[in-house]
Design a protein around this ligand. Structure first.
Ligand SMILES: [Zn+2]
Length: 304
């Protein structure tokens, strides 16, 4: 049950894309393949957003070295759990990071997060993750402090906000209302590492509509797991279906794809639906509760 699910984002600001990379928390190769981001090149179509790309890590190191602090979240307040020595300044920074998470995430979901982790990883490497308990009810939200502040020590805005919304996209699509924790191999619905999607879940609808016809190809491309060639394999898959993805990272798997589409859904204007990638984003507009959520997040961020 180690690291049953980790969703991580890594960014490379200079190339303005995302990378899934080796991450500070021990994760099985399978999970990494499913959930880590790698930086790659920018997608010219989508310069306004950071690109999460489809590379994958094959290994992860133990997290304890990189876990700077772990906080229990109670009534929206942080209570330090870890006993590592932290300066006042560190703790202040962690609070500022948490306040941003709190600012963005809709109130109805905020109380499903009971732990906030701060990791200190290489800049542009691991950026964030979420992880749930076995029933997909309670969540841990993790952010990398190295990617949260600019050189002057000011909390980042756009990049960090988009990362947080991407992670929140995982919470929306992988929580217990959407997914049953049992892995039913023969399910007619999409099966994730987190469990089996319910028929009417966002992810299953998304999968049936946009992935079922390419999933065989995806599997074939990614058949050599835990192999250094993984990134190449998935890159080939991405190249082949480029117009179907909002970012390269989105091609990592359906779970990342839907989180990426959710990010685009929140931050960008309603697309016309010309490409499959745009149709994916449009799908969210079919759900009034998600449109409401979009509005709430945008209000929280004071976006027009
Ligand atoms: Zn993700």
């Amino acid at each position: 049950m180690i690291s049953k699910k980790f969703k991580k984002i890594v960014m490379n600001m200079t190339i303005s894309t995302m990378i899934f990379s080796i991450i500070p928390i021990s994760v099985q190769a399978k999970e990494i393949n499913k959930s880590f981001l790698k930086t790659q090149s920018i997608d010219a179509v989508d310069k306004t957003t950071l690109e999460y790309t489809g590379g994958k890590s094959n290994k992860a190191t133990e997290g304890t070295d990189n876990l700077m602090a772990s906080y229990k979240v109670k009534d929206g307040q942080l209570q330090l759990k870890s006993n590592k020595k932290l300066s006042k300044n560190d703790i202040e920074k962690h609070k500022i990071m948490w306040e941003r998470v709190k600012q963005i995430i809709p109130k109805a979901y905020l109380n499903t997060i009971n732990r906030f982790d701060v990791v200190t990883d290489e800049k542009d490497n691991t950026m964030a993750y979420v992880d749930s308990d076995d029933s997909n009810t309670i969540w841990t939200f993790g952010l990398n402090i190295q990617d949260a502040f600019d050189e002057k020590g000011k909390l980042l805005n756009k990049d960090l906000n988009e990362t947080i919304v991407h992670e929140f996209g995982h919470i929306i699509t992988l929580n217990y209302k959407q997914i049953e924790p049992e892995l039913k191999e023969n399910s007619a619905t999409y099966v994730t590492d987190e469990g089996t999607t319910k028929k009417q879940s966002y992810l299953n609808i998304f999968y049936q509509k946009f992935w079922s016809n390419i999933y065989g190809d995806y599997k074939k491309s990614n058949s050599i797991k835990a192999n250094q060639n993984d990134e190449q394999e998935n890159l080939a898959f991405y190249e082949k279906y480029k117009n179907q993805f909002v970012s390269e990272y989105a091609s990592t798997n359906p779970e990342e794809d839907i989180a990426e589409c959710f990010r685009v859904f929140v931050f960008q204007n309603k697309p016309s639906g010309k490409t499959i990638a745009e149709k994916k984003v449009l799908l969210f507009y079919n759900f009034p509760e998600l449109v409401k959520m979009r509005k709430e997040i945008r209000n929280n961020l004071k976006l027009k």
